[in-house]
Design a protein around this ligand. Structure first.
Ligand code: MN
Length: 245
């Protein structure tokens, strides 16, 4: 039997040392016992490039490396909207494998798909435009060629803008769009979708074109930890979101 653990939206940051400590405990208690750990984005609150020494985050990066080195847990990392500048250099340091979104895999003969989740929020047109800009290879190249100090400034501006527009937006705009989500199930021929981003942890069952589907939304780590575990002998209809404290 093997088991796979999924987490997202930890938003680890020096400003929240208690969540860093919580993740370190989680890594030893849960992730170290898993065969595979999938991190589905927004692992850190922000990332400005692999040349940032980010000393406050050293313990979590060391812990990730330890997971595969010491415990044999394979770690896969998908970018979120906060940490999409994480590159191969950090991947090497932390011994994780960067994976593209969406990421398809098959467990127990069932086809499933992993996403961060922000691309499902198509009602937020302003955000989708912003995403398209910052995720283009050219923009990334341009930003990474700036000094770390300049990048800190730019990131600060983005955060202020984002906080301002987020408070002005209606709640529903920042959730997934149902048509877009249905389309992902149909286009990819899957029955299970796992994502984060919306910070609305839930397990949604829905019949799409006569096929029963499950969409699992991972929770954020603002107050407690949140994770999903799938054992290879599990019935996919009944996976459970778990809280970690
Ligand atoms: Mn996100």
């Amino acid at each position: 039997m093997s088991n796979t653990v999924f987490i997202s939206d930890l938003h680890l940051a020096p400003e929240r040392p208690q969540i860093i400590a919580l993740f370190l405990r989680f890594a030893d208690a849960v992730a170290a016992k898993a065969d595979t750990l999938f991190i589905l984005g927004d692992f850190v609150e922000y990332w400005l490039g692999d040349d940032d020494p980010a000393p406050a985050l050293t313990p979590i990066f060391d812990k990730l490396a330890e997971l595969s080195e010491k415990h044999g847990t394979r770690v896969f990392f998908m970018h979120g909207n906060r940490d999409f500048l994480i590159g191969e250099k950090l991947a090497e340091r932390c011994h994780f494998q960067l994976i593209d979104e969406p990421y398809a895999l098959s467990m127990n003969g069932k086809k499933m798909l992993l996403m961060h989740g922000d691309t499902l929020c198509t009602d937020d047109i302003e955000y989708q435009k912003f995403r398209q800009m910052v995720r283009s290879p050219l923009w990334k190249q341009e930003i990474l060629s700036k000094s770390l100090e300049e990048r800190i400034q730019i990131a600060r501006q983005f955060r202020e803008q984002s906080q301002k527009s987020t408070t002005e937006k209606e709640e529903t705009i920042m959730d997934v769009n149902q048509q877009e989500t249905d389309k992902v199930f149909i286009d990819n021929d899957i029955t299970l979708l796992i994502h984060g981003h919306t910070h609305r942890p839930a397990i949604h069952h829905k019949t799409i074109n006569g096929i029963e589907t499950t969409r699992i939304v991972l929770g954020d780590w603002y107050n407690t930890g949140s994770y999903l575990i799938i054992r290879d002998d599990d019935n996919y209809a009944d996976p459970e979101l778990k809280v970690y404290t």
